[in-house]
Design a protein around this ligand. Structure first.
Ligand SMILES: Cc1ncc(COP(=O)(O)O)c(C=O)c1O
Length: 396
């Protein structure tokens, strides 16, 4: 095969750039520690922010649903795979978010692909933040519309582009909580601008759902922006909710459009009912146990305060995602290895996942981290070996 040489060259290039990816085999359930190669490591890299992925109530709901409904849904939603449990999950989500309706997708990636494809045609306008998650950028690339990317959080640029466009339909698509930076979109201003310009604002709050807002409904709740009218919210259930899948919420007419036209909804098997059962329990726990969110917030605040006092280069993130940018791939890998030698899993994130020159350790916090876990993390990050990695980058 003539391909082999090309593929091997692509491997060499990736390795030479220190961008080779290797999967770690985890030998324990998702939790505060993860066992890899027989070694338990403190987990500072999952998206299981509320520590729900191995929660007894979710497991029980899931096990009971398997007993009652079996393992597979057996068909797509529009054929005969749409179980009562999917319906209940959609209703619970809509009630939590104060939205007219919600639709559950199999993954957040698929939910995001669906939105521009369903609502926009060739001459419409799609604006996306430069640092949007890959699934949102891919959604723009595969839709017929021309996507324009604006500088990160740059509301003036959005205003100019919206005002200067005579497109029939205009959409602004943004992460709520940015997945690799942890900072948040200016959703109040974006919602106001979009209202003025009769544009749709779509906020993918995959990392804010469960974590932000009084009831855990996410950034829009925290910022007092209702889900409805010209605002659609995407959220995922595989992160803080500790389950799997995703949803889009908003006015019924838009959700009905997704049911009718979204290819990634229509042409795929519905989620297993047991996954929907776990999600229903998670949505309930997120609302009924605010202490998880409060504990997470206090861990984040403590980490940020002490890390800033120690001179660590933090990013402006109020959320559970606290990256430390090293710069080069090599330094990010060295930091990853150093953490691991000290019993901590904090993963190097490198281009193309993040922009070139901003390779980082993406630290994430969980509600079940102990104070001693934070002590340990801070002691490694403020140790000479870690400081030298940061200093070497500053000097280069
Ligand atoms: C911002 C954002 N949106 C969407 C997704 C995709 O969600 P899912 O894992 O459910 O496909 C992710 C990460 O996985 C994400 O970080």
């Amino acid at each position: 095969m003539p391909w082999r040489g090309e593929i091997e060259r692509s491997f060499q290039q990736r390795e030479q750039a220190n961008r080779w990816r290797a999967r770690k085999r985890v030998q324990s359930p998702m939790g505060r520690t993860l066992t890899i190669d027989g070694q338990p490591l403190l987990n500072f890299c999952s998206n299981d922010y509320l520590a729900l992925a191995n929660h007894p109530a979710l497991k029980q709901a899931s096990a009971e649903a398997i007993e009652t409904f079996g393992t597979g849904s057996g068909a797509s939603h529009l054929v005969c795979g749409h179980q009562e449990l999917h319906h209940q999950l959609e209703q619970d989500l809509a009630a939590m978010l104060g939205a007219q309706q919600a639709i559950v997708f199999s993954t957040g990636y698929m939910a995001n692909l669906a939105v521009p494809q369903t609502f926009l045609a060739r001459n419409d306008l799609l604006l996306e933040d430069k640092l949007n998650h890959a699934s949102l950028l891919d959604a723009g690339s595969i839709s017929p519309v021309k996507m324009k990317r604006y500088p990160h959080l740059d509301i003036n640029s959005v205003e100019k582009s919206l005002a200067g466009s005579d497109a029939n339909r205009k959409m602004v698509l943004t992460d709520g909580t940015f997945s690799m930076d942890g900072d948040v979109a200016p959703v109040q201003q974006l919602a106001g601008l979009c209202r003025q310009q009769e544009a749709m604002l779509v906020v993918d709050d995959a990392h804010g759902f469960g974590v932000l807002g009084t009831s855990g409904a996410g950034l829009l709740e925290q910022e007092g922006v209702p889900v409805g009218g010209n605002v659609l919210m995407v959220g995922t259930l595989g992160k803080a909710a500790g389950s799997f899948g995703a949803f889009v919420a908003g006015d019924a007419i838009y959700i009905q459009s997704l049911i009718q036209f979204a290819r990634t909804y229509i042409y795929t098997t519905a989620l297993p009912p047991a996954v929907a059962a776990a999600s229903i329990t998670a949505v309930n726990l997120i609302q009924s146990e605010p202490s998880r969110r409060q504990r997470l917030k206090s861990l984040i605040n403590r980490f940020r305060k002490e890390a800033a006092e120690a001179g660590l280069p933090l990013m402006p993130s109020p959320t559970a995602i606290q990256p430390i940018v090293l710069g080069s791939e090599k330094s990010a890998l060295a930091a990853d290895a150093l953490l691991r030698e000290n019993g901590i899993l904090g993963i190097a994130i490198r281009p193309p996942t993040v922009p070139i020159g901003s390779a980082r350790i993406r630290l994430t916090f969980r509600a079940d981290h102990t104070d001693e876990d934070i002590d340990k993390l801070l002691s490694v990050l403020t140790d000479d070996a870690f400081r030298q990695l940061i200093a070497a980058e500053d000097a280069s």
